[in-house]
Write a protein that binds this ligand. Structure first.
Ligand SMILES: *Cc1c(COP(=O)(O)O)cnc(C)c1O
Length: 462
């Protein structure tokens, strides 16, 4: 295993209050130039990013526990990725694969066929964003099955285009005012163990039962023979890092197979070592018919893919899929370097190590404060769900306050969840143990502070 070398010192350092004067000036400039609909979770502007550190335009060094939403798993300036991009960009930036094709696209497709679950014949088509990949998975499933209905789940997030807004569950902010949405999309209940009811006899609802609840609804309300695809995130991301009960995924996959329905695993957020394995589907040996991939695939360069069964993807007529930029050669070069780095640096192992370090601290925290409802997740995709003390009522106010306090101390954490009450941890997988521990110290101190429990935030600031 190659060791990780950093270009920037991996240490949190604040030289101004946040945001500093330069960031504040950019925020002013932005107000008169950038659309108000684009929100930023952090009001500091990036100047240089390496490993687990984001240096802002005022010279503050912040700890990154978000990876630009699970994208820069190998870091935002990994030397091998940078070199691959520089090499490619010096030769050609674009030809359009639909005009003059090039090898990088094919090499990415070969690599994805080798890495994704299942040893069946596979094909890949490349796109620019996660949403575009999900749209195309639906197009493929409809052509391959000759059916049109698509099944999605409560708490789902699949993107911001018209079709993917329809697939996404949460109205505010993703859908509000943007309708009408694409038709023939049907939402069924997910498996959300923390918010699950109980069986009549008091036993816990199992993953199999949760799957059958969804299946029964599909049968009764749509009819299995009308369904082209079931689209599901194996761990729901924006919805709150919801890990379904064991058995939920395999039961749905088996049922889809028996009914000629295409099972699409949306691994845009869970993919590429994030959960401690190449894909979250591997956890229960789930073999999806199609997978949608993006975010962590190319070290921050925009690239997305649909990878899956050859007979499904090849069912689409020539010219039916594509796009001007899809599989851009620079993005493909970055992806090939990124996938190599994930192997070389054993980032799956790093993700598991991050889980170990973080869950130890977070579980200790949960024992101390009464606003932590649940600590959950897998690998380096971890979350804390906050509740009103002594209940399971969501506590979005505390969640926002915690993220703001962590940022004040120079730690970038993101929130998520249908109820806005989840702090999610998505550190770059190359973050050092020391930096991660410092970031977690700040975060847990912020939680204690908001919960009104000793010690104070100042006590934990080194
Ligand atoms: C982020 C995300 C998308 C959308 O990806 P974009 O690149 O933002 O279009 C789709 N599905 C899941 C699960 C995601 O997390």
């Amino acid at each position: 295993m190659t060791s990780i070398e950093y270009r920037l010192p991996q240490q949190r350092r604040l030289v101004t209050a946040l945001p500093g004067p330069r960031s504040a000036a950019l925020t002013e400039r932005r107000r008169t130039a950038v659309g108000a609909g684009v929100a930023s979770s952090v009001p500091v502007y990036a100047a240089d990013v390496d490993g687990g550190i984001v240096v802002d335009v005022d010279g503050n060094a912040l700890i990154d526990l978000g990876s630009g939403i699970a994208v820069t798993s190998v870091g935002a300036s990994d030397p091998a990725v940078v070199a691959a991009v520089q090499e490619q960009v010096a030769h050609f930036t674009h030809t359009c694969f639909m005009v003059t094709p090039y090898e990088g696209y094919i090499a990415v497709a070969e690599k994805l066929a080798a890495l994704t679950p299942g040893d069946h014949a596979k094909r890949t088509v490349l796109f620019n964003s996660g949403a575009e990949a999900v749209e195309n998975a639906v197009k493929i499933a409809r052509v391959a099955t000759g059916r049109s209905a698509v099944v999605v789940f409560d708490h789902a997030y699949h993107g911001r285009t018209n079709l993917t807004m329809a697939l996404t569950a949460k109205n505010q902010p993703y859908k509000e005012g943007f309708g009408p949405f694409a038709p023939d999309i049907h939402r069924v209940p997910a498996s959300y163990p923390f918010r699950e009811g109980r069986n009549y006899d008091g036993t816990e609802v199992t993953g199999e039962q949760a799957a059958h609840r969804a299946i029964s609804q599909i049968d009764k309300q749509i009819g299995a023979h009308n369904v082209a695809a079931i689209v599901l995130e194996p761990i729901q991301g924006e919805g709150g890092f919801i890990v379904p009960a064991k058995g939920f995924l395999p039961t749905l996959v088996d049922w889809a197979k028996a009914n000629g329905i295409v099972f699409v695993a949306d691994e845009v957020q869970t993919g590429f070592a994030r959960t401690g394995d190449w894909f979250a589907s591997n956890d229960e040996n789930v073999v999806p018919d199609l997978m949608t991939l993006a975010k962590g695939i190319a070290g921050g360069m925009p690239l997305a893919a649909v990878t899956g069964r050859a007979e499904l993807i090849d069912a689409v007529h020539g010219g039916g899929l594509g796009g001007t930029y899809g599989g851009n050669p620079v993005a493909c070069a970055a992806a090939l370097a990124t996938l190599d780095r994930i192997e070389q640096l054993d980032l799956c192992g790093r993700a598991r190590r991050i889980e170990q370090i973080a869950t130890e601290q977070l579980r200790a925290l949960a024992a101390d404060v009464d606003i932590v409802g649940e600590v959950r997740g897998r690998g380096a995709m971890l979350a804390v769900e906050f509740v009103q003390p002594g209940t399971r009522e969501p506590n979005p106010e505390a969640t926002r306050a915690i993220a703001a306090k962590a940022l004040e101390q120079g730690v970038i954490v993101l929130t998520c969840g249908t109820y806005g009450n989840v702090v999610r941890l998505l550190p770059p997988l190359v973050i050092s143990d020391e930096l991660l521990t410092d970031g977690l110290d700040v975060l847990t101190a912020a939680v204690r502070d908001v919960a009104g429990v000793r010690p104070t935030l100042a006590g934990a600031t080194r």
